[in-house]
Design a protein around this ligand. Structure first.
Ligand code: B4P
Length: 193
């Protein structure tokens, strides 16, 4: 199995690039943001519990996302590997993920970390907010709150994987295709043929 984390601040292109990467490498895409938004869309108790937190730009509690990932891993036993998008977002989530994967006899092979300047993140998210239904993209205060959560709680996840020599930084500004090619180069260096 080849397991990859696509890492970066909100608006860095994780969702955008994940779509292209799963199609090229045949990985199973696990986006905690998408999983949470589906729970909200069908108004499950979990969805109702996390809706306001997400709308305010705050992270949802670790236990909730770890349990969602645990179920997703169990429900997909025969895949080539997973692409984790937007997860892990705290050191506790990273440690839980490492443990879950090790119980299945596998591990994270690579963390691709997209680097984008804050002013570009804000511009992209406000632009998506003009056309999407996402409550967390509509105003600059909420976007600032998401970026602050990233700096406070999520940036440390890269440090966690750096200790194991698994992080590769990738320039996340430029055309979507050029960034995709850089990500593919990073994967091809690590992935067994
Ligand atoms: P996510 O769904 O993960 O959303 P995101 O960080 O905003 O990034 P996303 O992947 O959607 O955007 P992308 O960069 O592709 O999380 C949303 C919320 O869910 C979190 O705030 C939190 O509340 C909760 N959550 C999710 N996972 C959690 C976890 N593990 N723990 C706790 N809480 C969790 O794209 C953004 C825009 O940029 C798009 O419009 C795109 O078209 C554009 N874009 C992309 N690449 C571009 C490029 N190269 N040039 C120009 N524009 C580009």
């Amino acid at each position: 199995m080849f397991n990859l984390i696509l890492f970066g601040p909100p608006g860095s292109g994780k969702g955008t690039q994940s779509e292209k990467l799963i199609s090229k490498y045949g990985l199973k895409h696990l986006s905690t943001g998408d999983l949470l938004r589906s729970e909200i869309a069908v108004q499950t108790p979990l969805g109702l519990a996390v809706k306001s937190l997400m709308a305010e730009g705050k992270l949802v509690p670790d236990e909730i996302v770890i349990e969602m990932i645990n179920s997703a891993l169990d429900n997909n036993p025969h895949v080539n590997g997973f692409l984790f998008d937007g997860f892990p977002r705290t050191t506790a989530q990273a440690e839980a993920l490492d443990k879950l994967l090790s119980q299945k006899g596998t591990e994270i092979a690579l963390v691709l970390a997209l680097q984008v300047r804050q002013q570009e993140l804000v511009k992209r998210l406000l632009s998506r907010g003009r056309t999407s239904e996402r409550a967390d993209d509509v105003n600059e205060d909420i976007i600032a709150a998401r970026i602050a959560e990233y700096e406070k709680k999520t940036a440390a996840v890269a440090e966690h994987y750096k200790e194991f020599g698994k992080v590769k930084y990738v320039q996340g500004e430029g055309s979507i295709d050029d960034i995709f090619n850089l990500l593919c180069e990073g994967i091809d260096e690590k992935k067994p043929a």
